[in-house]
Design a protein around this ligand. Structure first.
Ligand code: ADP
Ligand code: MG
Length: 353
């Protein structure tokens, strides 16, 4: 009897150790606040000491802080300096640190039917969505929008040759807000991978990328419902992700004010200078987080009218849009992988009726 108790105790102790070990191994999670977003980094790194993981996360945090400074339209970083030069000159030289993001952004701007354009920085500032401290409660006067649109406001109209950027005239103000988070998530995961981590998720306020898998199953994530029905979950759809996949969502529920029954949100239509109408949320799953980020914004602004044009132009396999009627438009690939968490109406069904 005694021996049995002794053996049982040892077994119990081993079990606790294993569980502890598993716990330590299974999930190491840290949150950092950067780029106006709470970024959650989840790592599965068996054999790593917690102090080493914490140091690695600290490196990622300092990378992200550097990007925030570099890519902020205001302040003293590289983009702010470029914007300052462009305020008085039509052309300026692009600092090397900005070139990859600028080139990628121009690629999307050029082919997105006018839906995505980081040239609209002056309009973003006019609408006040860049500054939570001075949030507007009223839309800006129409003549101020007209004036902002008389300045150059299209990266797609800009010439890029070597490191020289040439706009039509002075006054272009660049804002990479619709792509920077994706570029940051991508850089963060690359940093983790280079350090030898094979299983991780970097989640920037619901926009994320994964590598490897969770424990014994794939990473599973869920996308927010833009208008959760009462007494229903706030989530719209769940997806299981494969190694390297990113999921980015743009919605009109993040930053907005309401006036005269209309919702004014931070996703502007470069074609009108006003918040886009026609969508509630859009989601893109892609292996390139910066592209997923930019194209989620493009799909949102393009609405149901441009959904398939953008899907075809960028060869998107997994994309979804919930339009202003709450109707879901989705690619066949997305429909195959989607696990819907609430009742949804599909455009395909409407078309079949
Ligand atoms: P979030 O970062 O809030 O998830 P997005 O990725 O869609 O949303 O980026 C929105 C930000 O991008 C805005 O705050 C603004 O700075 C900028 N922006 C807004 N509309 C556009 C657009 N049509 N094209 C490019 N950038 C945009
Ligand atoms: Mg975006």
């Amino acid at each position: 009897m005694k021996r049995w108790i002794g053996g049982g105790l040892i077994l119990l102790m081993i079990a606790v150790l294993v569980l502890r070990g598993r716990e330590g191994e299974s999930r190491f999670e840290r949150q950092i606040y950067v780029m106006g977003t709470l970024v959650t980094i989840t790592l599965r790194a068996p054999g790593w000491a917690e102090t080493d993981l914490a140091a690695l996360v600290a490196t990622v945090e300092s990378d992200l802080n550097q990007f925030q400074q570099r890519w902020s339209p205001r302040g003293r970083g590289e983009l702010a300096q470029l914007n300052a030069a462009l305020a008085s000159e039509a052309s300026a030289s692009v600092p090397a640190e900005l070139q990859p993001l600028l080139t990628a952004a121009k690629g999307v701007a050029d082919d997105s039917f006018g839906t995505f354009d980081p040239g609209l920085g002056a309009l973003v500032q006019l609408w006040g969505f860049d500054d939570p401290e001075h949030f507007r409660e009223l839309p800006p006067p129409a003549d101020a929008i007209t004036k902002a649109r008389q300045r150059p406001h299209r990266l797609s109209h800009v010439q890029l040759s070597g490191n020289t950027l040439r706009a039509e005239s002075p006054g272009l103000l660049l804002d990479f807000g619709a792509m920077a988070k994706g570029a940051a998530v991508s850089a963060a995961l690359q940093r983790l991978q280079t350090a030898g981590i094979s299983h991780a998720m970097v989640n920037a306020g619901g926009d994320l990328q994964v590598i490897g898998h969770a424990e014994s199953r794939p990473w599973r994530i869920a996308v927010r419902h833009p208008r959760p029905p009462e007494d229903a979950p706030r989530l719209l759809v769940a997806l299981e992700l494969r190694d390297g996949e990113a999921v980015f969502t743009s919605g009109d529920y993040e930053r907005y004010f309401e006036h005269d029954g209309r919702r004014y949100h931070h996703l502007l239509d470069p074609r009108t200078g006003e918040p886009a109408t026609g969508s509630q949320s859009s989601t893109v799953l892609h292996e390139d987080p910066a592209l997923a980020d930019a194209l989620a914004t493009a799909l949102f602004v393009g609405g149901s009218e441009r959904f398939y044009d953008l899907v075809d132009e960028f060869g998107l396999t997994y994309a979804m849009l919930m339009d202003d009627q709450g109707i879901v438009h989705a690619t066949p690939g997305f429909l195959e992988r989607a696990q819907w968490l609430t009742d949804v109406r599909f455009a395909q069904e409407q078309a079949a009726q």
